[in-house]
Write a protein that binds this ligand. Structure first.
Ligand SMILES: *[C@@H]1O[C@H](CO)[C@@H](O)[C@H](O)[C@H]1NC(C)=O
Ligand SMILES: *[C@@H]1O[C@H](CO)[C@@H](O)[C@H](O)[C@H]1NC(C)=O
Ligand SMILES: *[C@@H]1O[C@H](CO)[C@@H](O)[C@H](O)[C@H]1NC(C)=O
Ligand SMILES: *[C@@H]1O[C@H](CO)[C@@H](O)[C@H](O)[C@H]1NC(C)=O
Ligand SMILES: *[C@@H]1O[C@H](CO)[C@@H](O)[C@H](O)[C@H]1NC(C)=O
Ligand SMILES: *[C@@H]1O[C@H](CO)[C@@H](O)[C@H](O)[C@H]1NC(C)=O
Ligand SMILES: *[C@@H]1O[C@H](CO)[C@@H](O)[C@H](O)[C@H]1NC(C)=O
Length: 662
């Protein structure tokens, strides 16, 4: 009796009748990894680029149009009786790209302050900080413009700045300003206004275009990213960034795909893009902005290039494909070519002489889907082989990736790689654990997320309203499986990454947000991916125990000298804890390691709700020490995710650097 009590008190006794999963990890004989790449796909889905990651506060800033969307006055409202109309046919447009402006007609007899305001992307966050703005105007006006931030509910002005007019008849003039409110707004129902003295206008009206306002941006980049969203992404320790989509790359037709050339250079030379998500996009978040963001966060690129297939099934015949292959080669040269190359010199001219690193180029997006079966057949017959050959001839070090996987029925020609996408139920992710064990072709897992509850499978069966804890554990099991094969898994990307709570349809995203930064919410999946990505292995190591319900991978990190063990428990017997006995051969007894365990609530369908700010994921971090036989011993609960690392490198930065509601 006495000895039983003693053992229980030391805390190393396991639940009666439960034997530990006994894992011995060899000291060598594993596979080198590519440093494992965790990352995400970004594209402008329903105002997650414009109005989301891209920090511009003004919606419809340049009255842009495309074959699908005509110019409109959406988001603009008059002040004091000004008459707003679209000037579709100005004698001289601001630029070839921005051909429509907003005409503001005034009644001079009034002598009042007239103008207009913009309601932003469903509001604007107003704080005591420096906003940077500009607008172009045409028409004679003597006096000053006033730019201000105001409440849309009470009319209260939080700050304003007076900008002396340099405006002239028949000529566009740019006016730039800085505006620091003297007061923060208590909510985000705010607007941005420009007003002027009607009596100072020499004609009947003024024309305005490209009206822009930025808050401070991530890493202070001009035309940059929204800080809280960029930081929440950075804190995931991503090393892989798949751009520019997704369906967005493909475009609706073969005349409206995401053409990178329209997305570079001065904003006034960017025509915008009809997009594929039902609204006009600005092209403000362009190729350079994506590349700078990747550089600032420390992510490698997976660049997708347009390959002759659009969403409506338009397919480029073989005889015409060379034009698009050349375009892809030009884009690659723009990104990584020397400054004295044709496109590299343009990059230098645009402010980035240093070539970027680009090792992964993906050909198209989900070519097995649109225009099937011809789309996929032509991809296999000539489109992929032609791109592969041309790119690898010019750049032998680039890993060219097919937009479909071997599981989509393509015996991908070497040295090409594949891309595998999965939106599924957690049980499916668990069954994926060994999927790539015997696949020699390198693969990117280019899009993945638990989207449906177990039993709710099928594309149109109910999506969950938010990522949920059980779904995140399912993802963890698959991620661990992919890490076991990380000599051939190029990386994994969560998709889509962020959701604007004012405009959405697809509910499963890593982060939720709105104009009000208090709505920015890290999902349950965010916590799992953060933990996984924070611990890198440079080599996986063979280990002894079977899987299920404990799924794991073990290895070492040559850079830190540490051993790493990642595990998830999915549906343990009767929901009991799983005892683990873990030994790394060659590691000294008494070694200390950091053990982090993520658990969720009793109800596995619990979510992190942006409307309440609740975080259901519990993170516990403890130091464990191996015993005299070199064994680490610990229990992992049902539906938990854990990492043990004997040389942890990453501090949980999000704990201290940002204000979290919970
Ligand atoms: C403020 O704006 C948000 C976003 O458009 C809206 O949901 C909310 O109802 C508004 N609040 C008020 C008091 O109008
Ligand atoms: C602001 O006011 C305009 C016009 O009154 C309205 O249409 C818009 O929805 C409001 N925006 C917000 C964010 O409340
Ligand atoms: C665009 O699609 C049309 C219709 O499918 C096709 O006839 C044409 O050849 C395509 N053009 C290019 C350049 O891809
Ligand atoms: C975009 O948002 C609108 C409005 O919420 C919705 O009707 C539409 O289906 C959404 N589209 C996508 C692709 O999410
Ligand atoms: C190393 O790779 C080989 C070949 O894919 C595989 O059979 C083996 O299980 C891998 N070993 C580890 C420890 O991941
Ligand atoms: C734990 O595992 C059991 C299967 O044995 C499962 O039915 C149960 O839902 C899991 N527990 C929780 C809290 O989700
Ligand atoms: C795990 O447990 C959950 C909840 O009981 C259930 O929905 C799911 O089908 C189980 N999956 C497996 C693989 O046992």
């Amino acid at each position: 009796m006495v000895s039983f009590t003693l053992i229980a008190l030391t805390g190393i006794c396991f639940a009666p009748f439960t034997t530990a999963v006994d894992i011995t990890v060899s000291s060598g004989g594993g596979n080198a990894t590519n440093g494992h790449q965790y990352g995400f796909l970004h594209e402008d889905i329903n105002y997650s680029g414009d109005g989301g990651l891209y920090a511009e506060l003004i919606r419809n800033r340049a009255f842009q149009s495309s074959e699908r969307h005509s110019s409109s006055l959406d988001a603009w409202f008059p002040i004091n009786g000004a008459q707003l109309s679209l000037n579709n046919n100005p004698s001289a447009p601001l630029s070839d790209a921005l051909t429509t402006s907003m005409n503001v007609a005034v009644s001079k007899s009034e002598g009042t302050e007239v103008g207009f305001f913009n309601v932003g992307f469903w509001g604007m966050d107003v704080k005591i900080q420096k906003y940077t703005g500009s607008f172009w105007v045409k028409g004679g006006y003597t006096g000053s413009f006033t730019a201000s931030l105001r409440s849309n509910l009470t009319g209260e002005e939080f700050g304003s700045v007076s900008i002396p007019s340099q405006s002239q008849n028949d000529q566009w003039t740019e006016h730039s300003f800085e505006l620091t409110p003297s007061k923060s707004a208590s909510n985000s129902n705010n607007t941005f206004a420009i007003t002027f003295e009607a009596s100072g206008v020499s004609g009947d009206s003024l024309d305005f275009n490209l009206i822009s306002l930025f808050p401070p941006t991530y890493k202070d980049r001009k035309n940059g990213m929204r800080i809280d969203l960029a930081e929440a992404l950075e804190q995931l320790h991503p090393t892989l960034f798949r751009i520019p989509g997704g369906n967005m790359l493909e475009g609706n037709t073969n005349t409206s795909w995401w053409d990178w050339k329209n997305s570079i250079g001065p904003l006034k030379d960017r025509p915008g893009f009809s997009g594929v998500w039902g609204y006009q996009q600005t092209n403000g978040l362009g190729l350079m902005e994506y590349l700078e963001f990747a550089e600032d966060v420390g992510m490698e690129l997976v660049l997708a290039v347009w390959d002759g297939l659009a969403l409506n099934g338009d397919i480029t015949p073989q005889a015409q494909l060379q034009e698009f292959i050349n375009d892809a080669l030009n884009e690659i040269e723009f990104i990584r070519g020397p400054v004295d190359s044709r496109w590299g010199s343009l990059r230098a001219e645009l402010g980035h002489p240093e070539p970027w690193t680009l090792k992964y180029v993906e050909i198209g997006n989900e070519d097995w889907l649109a225009g099937a079966p011809e789309g996929w057949d032509t991809f296999k017959n000539y489109r992929f082989p032609m791109f592969l050959e041309a790119i690898n001839t010019a750049y032998p070090d680039i890993q060219v990736i097919s937009s479909g996987s071997v599981y989509d029925g393509y015996d991908i020609p070497a040295p090409g790689g594949g891309d595998y996408h999965l939106y599924a139920e957690p049980d499916t992710f668990v069954s994926e654990f060994s999927k790539f064990d015997n696949v020699a072709t390198p693969h990117l897992i280019g899009e993945m997320a638990s989207a449906h509850p177990n039993g709710g499978s099928g594309w149109n069966a109910g999506l969950m309203p938010f990522p949920w804890w059980g779904g995140a554990v399912g993802e963890a099991v698959a991620l661990i499986g992919y890490e076991r094969n990380q000599d051939r898994i190029i990386g994994v990307a969560y998709a889509p990454i962020i959701r604007n709570m004012n405009r959405w349809q697809w509910s499963i995203t890593m982060l939720q947000f709105a104009a009000d930064p208090a709505m920015t919410t890290r999902s349950t999946s965010w916590y799992v991916w953060e933990l996984m990505a924070a611990h890198i292995m440079t080599e996986t190591l063979p280990a002894t125990a079977d899987f299920d319900p404990l799924y794991y991978v073990a290895g070492k990190n040559e850079k830190t000298g540490g051993h790493v063990f990642k595990a998830a428990v999915y549906n343990s017997t009767d929901g009991a804890d799983v005892p683990v006995k873990l030994k790394f051969e060659g590691a000294a007894p008494g070694t200390e390691a950091e053990l982090t365990i993520l658990t969720g609530p009793e109800n596995a369908y619990s979510i992190n709700d942006p409307f309440t700010g609740i975080n259901v994921v519990e993170t516990s971090t403890q130091t464990v020490t191996s015993d005299e036989q070199g064994n680490f011993q610990f229990n992992l609960p049902n539906l938990s995710v854990a990492v043990l690392d004997s040389a942890p490198k990453v501090k949980r930065r999000w704990d201290r650097s940002i204000k979290q509601k919970w």
